[in-house]
Design a protein around this ligand. Structure first.
Ligand code: F6P
Length: 327
């Protein structure tokens, strides 16, 4: 494609993640560096449908590298799931002369991008941004490192009060279908048990673990629960456990959306910067309908159809390690 005539649109969609701004900055500045026009599309796909476009330049993205959230705002657009909505979005792309699209988001975002490419042939490039870290085709999703550090900080604080009161805490973290946050933060905070969507842990197993540790002298404990776990959320699991075992006074803490905010970590800023540059460069090389990712420290492009239909799974050996170390 003639780069003089190229105009790239960039949007963020789905759940926001710390580091999305760093990715936007990288996309915009790489476009300017390569003499390509770049259009910010606000409110995700909804803004594409409603025509919320604005030309960006290198100064539009000044001082956003260290800011959480997304300056482009985000949405989970129901209208984009309809053919009619996508047709409107396409008309707006044409109206603004945008002929390639970079979408920063997660699985739902890339499902939309893939369908949009198939219907209208506009080159699309996904950049993985999701605190859930569940996208296939990358070792790391933007936002995951920051969110996990936020959880570690919160759980360390909960640990203080749990210890003071000899209590058992069930702490629920985000991860609709994914246990990455729970697993990493569980190891990093010494949780007695980690309940993941990807792993079957029965209530009886959990009770046995708690009983054993109490008998070995533990006076307080923390169980980390991913919100999407098969046995339910933290409240449900706490209830089921206390029905069978009530040795400890029990409390539940749901960390919620605080996990999605805050200044991105160094790691997320660097990953986002690298992926943003590679997203633009990939489009210039003629890549389309793919997601940029970083695997073994190398930029890698994976077809969107694979990225959305396969899952990045947590390392099961880390679960084993967590079990050994929590005795
Ligand atoms: O996909 C990221 C995520 O934070 C999930 O972990 C969580 O289940 C979901 O988004 C929450 O979405 P919302 O902010 O729309 O309630």
């Amino acid at each position: 494609m003639n780069t003089q005539k190229m105009k790239i649109g960039v949007l963020t969609s789905g759940g926001d993640a710390p580091g999305m701004n760093a990715a936007i900055r990288a996309v915009v500045r790489t476009c300017v560096y390569r003499n390509i026009e770049v259009e910010g599309i606000f409110q995700g796909y909804q803004g594409m449908i409603e025509g919320d476009f604005k030309k960006l330049n290198e100064r539009s993205v000044a001082r956003i590298l260290g800011r959480g959230g997304t300056i482009l705002k985000s949405s989970r657009s129901k209208d984009f799931m309809t053919k009619e909505g996508r047709q409107k979005a396409y008309e707006n792309m044409k109206k603004h002369g945008v002929n390639a699209l970079i979408t920063i988001g997660g699985n739902g975002t890339f499902t939309g991008a893939h369908v949009f490419f198939e219907e209208f042939g506009i080159p699309v490039m996904g950049v993985p941004g999701s605190i859930d870290n569940d996208l296939f085709g990358t070792d790391h999703c933007i936002g995951f490192d920051t969110a996990t550090n936020t959880v570690v900080d919160a759980v360390d604080k909960i640990r203080d009060t749990a210890t003071s009161h000899n209590r058992l805490f069930f702490v629920e973290v985000m991860g609709r279908n994914s246990g990455f946050i729970a697993l990493k933060a569980g190891i990093a905070t010494g949780a007695i048990a980690i309940v993941l969507p990807e792993d079957e842990m029965s209530i009886d197993d959990l009770v046995a673990t708690l009983r054993e540790s109490e008998e070995s002298g533990k006076s307080s404990s923390i169980v980390l629960v991913a919100e999407g776990s098969k046995s339910g959320g933290a409240y449900e699991i706490a209830k089921k456990v206390t029905e069978k075992y009530s040795e400890y006074e029990t409390r539940v803490s749901v960390l919620g959306h605080l996990q999605r905010g805050g200044a991105p970590s160094c790691y997320d800023r660097v990953m986002a910067s690298r992926m943003g540059v590679a997203a633009v460069e990939g489009i210039l090389e003629g890549r389309k309908d793919v997601m940029i990712g970083i695997i073994n420290d190398r930029e890698t492009y994976t077809p969107l159809s694979e990225a959305i239909n396969q899952r990045h799974m947590p390392n099961r050996d880390e679960l084993r390690i967590a079990r050994i170390l929590s005795i």
